[in-house]
Design a protein around this ligand. Structure first.
Ligand SMILES: *[C@@H]1O[C@H](CO)[C@@H](O)[C@H](O)[C@H]1NC(C)=O
Ligand SMILES: *[C@@H]1O[C@H](CO)[C@@H](O)[C@H](O)[C@H]1NC(C)=O
Ligand SMILES: *[C@@H]1O[C@H](CO)[C@@H](O)[C@H](O)[C@H]1NC(C)=O
Ligand SMILES: *[C@@H]1O[C@H](CO)[C@@H](O)[C@H](O)[C@H]1NC(C)=O
Ligand SMILES: *[C@@H]1O[C@H](CO)[C@@H](O)[C@H](O)[C@H]1NC(C)=O
Ligand SMILES: *[C@@H]1O[C@H](CO)[C@@H](O)[C@H](O)[C@H]1NC(C)=O
Ligand SMILES: *[C@@H]1O[C@H](CO)[C@@H](O)[C@H](O)[C@H]1NC(C)=O
Length: 441
């Protein structure tokens, strides 16, 4: 299936394997010694965590301005507000974990991604009577979000661990985990977390992108263990059963199509398959390096490293390697230009459907026709004035309908013109294919 998809694309430029996009990034993978010196320089001025705590006990009040900070200072948990001038969603509050040492606010986990809080009056994070972790309205006692842990003890404690895991555990036995944020990831894959399946409980840990740059709601793209049982990872749209990227099979050291993993000296991968579990995990050798492994709103899995010098995240790794390989990344009736940075344009005769969504990189609306098809506005289907506009070098859309009856291109064209819901055709050695409704490449 995958091969077919790839065959449709043009790969004119040589695929760029592990070409760090930033010269400093190269250090991470190729010169570990230099890196150590480098990171020492980076970390000298990190403020020691003050009176902050990493623990929330039953009965303690945790309000909208409170924070838990992991012992190593790396991560913080608290309420945050998203803001986007273009969408006007300035009143949405979330409980989440962010990188505490990074001045550019970057969220790594969100508890209530699909249930934004609109008003912070009486907002509280607490351990409930039954020991669960809840976000509630203190004055009405109504529960806004709950970890829904199956609690058998009545005495629990919450800790934000140094590796960014929010753990609800038994107060009497700190190794007894009742619920953890690692089991319910958002879009970020923490080192040490698992991507995959608990075969006993059926829990499947997978990452789903944010809806757009300013909204953590469940987005379009998913990064997960291959549900068909192969030892590999894949990327797919949630609304499509056809993945647009496979990692290739695990060979004991790395996934076959991701050789970057094997070349990296900082990154240790592990694939575990037992009676109880099947998952991929990774760890970092240089624990001081701040990395961010994420499925972004445009469907690429990316690894970033924080560089104090540039005060920004630098991308060191992306899969698929070019943004246009993400299926339908620009939405219906668009052309994606195969550059390092995503560039979306409307097909000729189309205009961006929702510019304010595009601005925050939600392109699911794609482009819309400037003029309705004659076929639709004018019921006289037989003499339509509609014509075709050629779009070259694109990945063919999914869900083609084969038209065996059409043996030559003109028959294929006529077949499409005869049906008002037909929006595109393609004619090749393979014969005639047509597409109905949206046309996403
Ligand atoms: C939140 O609720 C309080 C109490 O009902 C109200 O006074 C306040 O204006 C509300 N704030 C917002 C931002 O809606
Ligand atoms: C809590 O309830 C009060 C009264 O209904 C309301 O004004 C306030 O906005 C609520 N706060 C939250 C966080 O739901
Ligand atoms: C917690 O459990 C113990 C033992 O089952 C019980 O005696 C105690 O009342 C419980 N406490 C609460 C607050 O439910
Ligand atoms: C603490 O919890 C762990 C994990 O559930 C368990 O293996 C261990 O036996 C427990 N220890 C005690 C003292 O109950
Ligand atoms: C393709 O068709 C299948 C089955 O009809 C459907 O589930 C899927 O959503 C379609 N995919 C796209 C991209 O339209
Ligand atoms: C509808 O199609 C007929 C036949 O081609 C044409 O004469 C007529 O002008 C069209 N009407 C509109 C509104 O385009
Ligand atoms: C046009 O195509 C659609 C989708 O394949 C089909 O359901 C419909 O029956 C076709 N209409 C005509 C007039 O052939």
């Amino acid at each position: 299936m995958c091969l077919q998809l790839l065959l449709c694309r043009t790969f004119e430029h040589s695929p760029y394997y592990l070409q760090p996009l930033h010269p400093q990034a190269r250090l991470l993978f190729i010169m570990p010694l230099l890196l150590i010196v480098f990171t020492l320089l980076l970390y000298l001025h990190i403020p020691a965590s003050s009176a902050a705590t990493d623990t929330l006990l039953a009965g303690q009040a945790f309000g909208v301005n409170d924070k838990l900070i992991s012992k190593n200072g790396r991560y913080a948990l608290g309420f945050f507000q998203t803001s986007s001038k273009s969408t006007g969603n300035t009143n949405n509050w979330y409980l989440g974990i962010w990188f505490n040492t990074v001045p550019k606010f970057t969220y790594a986990w969100v508890a209530n991604r699909d249930k934004p809080i609109k008003n912070t009056t009486s907002l509280e994070l607490a351990i409930s009577q039954d020991g669960n972790l809840v976000i509630l309205n203190r004055s009405t006692k109504s529960i806004i979000w709950t970890a829904q842990a199956n609690i058998k003890r009545n005495s629990t404690t919450v800790v934000l661990s140094s590796d960014g895991n929010l753990i609800l555990g038994s107060s009497s036995n700190s190794s007894e985990v009742l619920w953890q944020s690692y089991d319910h990831p958002t879009d970020t894959f923490f080192p040490g977390a698992k991507l995959g399946l608990d075969k006993v409980t059926g829990l499947n840990r997978r990452l789903v992108s944010w809806k757009n740059l300013a909204d953590p709601a469940t987005g379009v793209y998913c990064y997960e263990l291959d549900p068909s049982g192969f030892d590999q990872l894949l990327l797919a749209r949630l609304d499509s059963s056809t993945p647009y990227w496979y990692s290739g099979a695990w060979n004991g050291k790395y996934f076959a199509l991701v050789q970057e993993m094997a070349q990296s000296v900082n990154w240790i991968s592990n694939f575990v398959n037992t009676d109880h579990e099947k998952y991929y995990t990774y760890s970092l050798l240089h624990e001081k390096v701040v990395t961010r492994h994420v499925i972004d709103v445009s469907g690429q899995v990316k690894v970033f490293v924080w560089f104090e010098g540039s005060k920004d995240w630098q991308m060191v790794f992306a899969q698929p390697r070019t943004p246009c390989e993400v299926y339908a990344v620009c939405g219906p009736f668009t052309i994606c230009s195969d550059n390092e940075l995503l560039e979306c344009n409307c097909m000729k005769g189309f205009t961006i459907t929702s510019p304010k969504d595009w601005e925050v990189e939600d392109r699911t609306g794609g482009c819309s026709r400037n003029t309705p098809l004659d076929c639709i506005s004018n019921k006289s289907k037989t003499h339509t004035t509609d014509k075709f506009y050629p779009v070259s070098c694109v990945m063919l859309p999914q869900n083609a309908t084969k038209v065996e009856a059409a043996k030559v291109e003109s028959e294929c064209i006529q077949f499409c013109l005869n049906n008002c819901s037909c929006t595109a055709y393609s004619f090749s050695n393979d014969g005639c294919s047509i597409w109905n409704n949206d046309c996403s490449t």
